[in-house]
Design a protein. Structure first.
Length: 160
């Protein structure tokens, strides 16, 4: 991590270890490198409590931190995970949504830890970035009708 220029820090009130293990089990190219525990009691916890976890998340250096904060994650920051197939989209969507997450429009959801995600098919990004304004408009219109993105419907919008 010493040569990295950018890393993600996810600050949880508590539960950073559970979240980090869930994400690392779900996504390829993800692993926990270190679990760092408090050497002494501190205002937010006791000696031995997990403070931070150093990890790689989808190839990106990241840290999960327990901070006993009153702050919560908001829509102002979200994590995008790009998918190639409907099966991959469904797998990530279903796992992140789980039993207690909240779906939102246009590929967005909030997971059980409060983090906002966008599960984004590459075909959607290709359609939204298409040079033909008619195709771009059809894809945008189709996307606006969706919560979880339907690859076939996006491909149909591209084809016209």
């Amino acid at each position: 991590m010493a040569d990295d220029k950018l890393a993600l820090c996810l600050w949880f009130e508590n539960g950073a270890e559970e979240a980090a293990r869930f994400y690392c089990d779900l996504f390829p190219d993800s692993e926990i490198h270190a679990v760092n525990r408090s050497p002494t009691d501190w205002p937010g916890g006791k000696a031995g409590d997990v403070l931070t976890l150093d990890m790689t998340l989808l190839g990106m250096p990241a840290m999960a931190m327990n901070g006993n904060t009153d702050d919560t994650f908001t829509n102002a920051i979200s994590l995008q995970v790009f998918t190639e197939t409907q099966e991959e989209t469904d797998r990530y969507w279903d796992a992140l949504l789980g039993e207690t997450g909240s779906p939102m429009a246009c590929s967005w959801l909030t997971d059980r830890f409060g983090i906002r995600w966008q599960v984004v098919p590459r075909v959607l990004m290709e359609g939204l970035g298409h040079e033909d304004p008619e195709i771009k408009g059809r894809v945008f219109g189709a996307m606006q009708q969706m919560v979880k993105i339907d690859h076939a419907a996006i491909e149909q919008a591209i084809a016209g």
